[in-house]
Design a protein around this ligand. Structure first.
Ligand code: SF4
Length: 475
């Protein structure tokens, strides 16, 4: 194991697992350690496997690992030496690195030739469309891991499948997507029975959120933005129960011996008790940050409390500059809401305000793109101490949403729109902005709506550009 990895491992605080059970699982992540250790989905899957009777679990990060054979994070065990390899995947763009990892471990082959550990994939990206990964895994689960994985682990522990065919039958019986049998799965949602959701299992200063214990405030979203998989696939809003959430936060603070909590979720400030939670955090002498909030929920009180708790950057998803287009997407936010939120951020004394936009939306015109520049300049006028930053990425239609089947714009058109947007933003005083490139977004879109062949063809040498063009031309 190289020194960097040894240093990362020794700096971790939290769950420590040992291979002292009859069965072992390795949870693999298709990106680097910094993103994996900051992802509650990945950590949750690891904990479920490690806590299941008869099982213990390790992890492996595709882009942070020794250069020779892929070996697991804590135990240094080759991937082929586990009973189960479980991929937790959030982003379609991580698929290639994940498959490279399996190939290097000698585990990437067609169903009939497969030997060694059982392979299962899950997470939001394959849940939305299991087909691209299905040829490379024995099964793909769709929906919340908490519903499905404990059943899978229990059944394997009770009676380990005698062969691959037995395993596929078991997975099909449990309603997973099983490519080898042509069995379509069922999307399942979990509502917590102990009133709280996922929280950090381990933390590391090198993680994206540093020494912060992350706590999920709930699942789903009460809004129905027509582009948003978090709402359409993840189900109705299921918030944590306030008292149970506080108990969970206290426990994590003590466990990790940290004083900063990251409040994570799709609908962070929904519910009357968000400000009460922030006041409570302040009374406990803690620091906190929250993910992006809806502009109509970012009041002066909320912004003020977040800044007092140490949040330097507040983020708002404006989506687009035109109120009409924004509302056709079901966002339900006026320009006035955004301007008022910007004012609140300024009054609170936040160091940065970050605005998120999309472009390439269905029905979007050049006038709508110019409206982004206008809105940004109006927001800028309301900021004196707070610095404004902008992120703009191409719209990616996601399965399970009402916009799933809208035609994709070609790369040239997206580049033109990006240039127009850049010009308008420069006029508004924003010299540069971050965001996904048209190529990255189109690759994500092609994988999000791809079939069983897309990754097979990619691995056999067909270019991303060609596969993207096919996806664009398929109407
Ligand atoms: S408010 Fe945010 S999380 Fe909720 S549906 Fe809209 S975009 Fe998705």
């Amino acid at each position: 194991m190289n020194t960097d990895i040894l240093e990362l491992r020794s700096g971790e605080r939290g769950r420590w697992s040992r291979p002292d059970t009859p069965l072992t699982a390795c949870v693999i992540w298709g990106n680097d350690y910094a993103t994996g250790v900051a992802n509650l989905g990945h950590q949750r899957v690891w904990a479920i496997c490690d806590d299941a009777p008869g099982w213990s679990a390790d992890r492996l990060y595709a882009l942070t690992r020794p250069e020779d054979k892929p070996t697991s994070w804590d135990w240094g065990r080759p991937l082929g030496g586990f009973d189960l390899v479980l991929a937790s995947v959030c982003f379609e763009n991580d698929y290639p690195a994940l498959l490279d990892l399996l190939a290097e471990a000698g585990l990437l082959c067609d169903h009939t030739e497969r030997r060694g550990p059982l392979l299962i994939a899950g997470g939001i990206a394959p849940s939305l469309n299991p087909r691209p990964l299905a040829p490379f895994f024995d099964a793909v689960y769709e929906g919340d891991a908490e519903v499905i994985l404990p059943l899978v682990l229990e059944r394997i522990a009770q009676q380990p499948p005698r062969n691959r065919e037995d395993a596929w039958s078991l997975f099909a019986e449990l309603n997973l997507y099983v490519g080898a049998l042509g069995n379509h799965g069922e999307y399942r949602l979990w509502t917590s029975t102990d009133d709280v959701y996922a929280a950090s299992e381990t933390i590391h200063p090198a993680g994206h959120f540093g020494e912060t214990a992350l706590v999920e405030l709930g699942r789903g979203c009460p809004w129905r933005c027509r582009f948003c998989a978090a709402s359409w696939a993840a189900g109705g809003f299921r918030p944590s129960e306030p008292a149970a959430l506080r108990g969970q936060i206290s426990e994590k603070m003590e466990h990790f011996y940290v004083e900063r909590v990251g409040l994570v979720g799709t609908a962070v400030a929904e519910g009357d008790d968000f400000c009460e939670l922030l006041v409570w955090l302040k009374e406990q002498g803690l620091r906190a940050t929250a993910s992006s909030l809806r502009a109509d929920l970012l009041t002066e009180e909320t912004a003020g409390l977040l800044v007092e708790l140490g949040q330097r950057t507040l983020t708002l998803s404006a989506e687009t500059g035109s109120e009409e287009l924004r509302n056709s997407l079901g966002k339900g936010l006026s320009d006035e809401n955004l301007l008022a939120a910007a004012k609140a951020v300024e009054r609170a004394g936040a160091r940065y305000l970050k605005l998120y936009f999309m472009y390439g939306l269905p029905g979007e015109t050049d006038a709508d793109l110019k409206a982004v520049g206008y809105l940004v300049s109006e927001i800028k006028k309301r900021l004196r101490r707070t610095r404004l930053t902008v992120s703009a990425s191409p719209f990616v239609p996601k399965p399970h949403t009402p916009l799933a089947d809208v035609p994709l714009l070609n790369e040239g058109e997206l580049r033109r729109m990006r240039e127009l947007l850049a010009r308008e933003l420069r006029r508004a005083g924003i010299g540069s902005f971050s965001g996904e490139s048209p190529r990255q977004a189109l690759w994500q879109a092609a994988l999000a709506r791809g079939n069983e062949d897309i990754l097979r063809r990619y691995r056999s040498g067909e270019s991303r550009g060609r596969l993207i063009r096919e996806a664009v031309n398929r109407r």
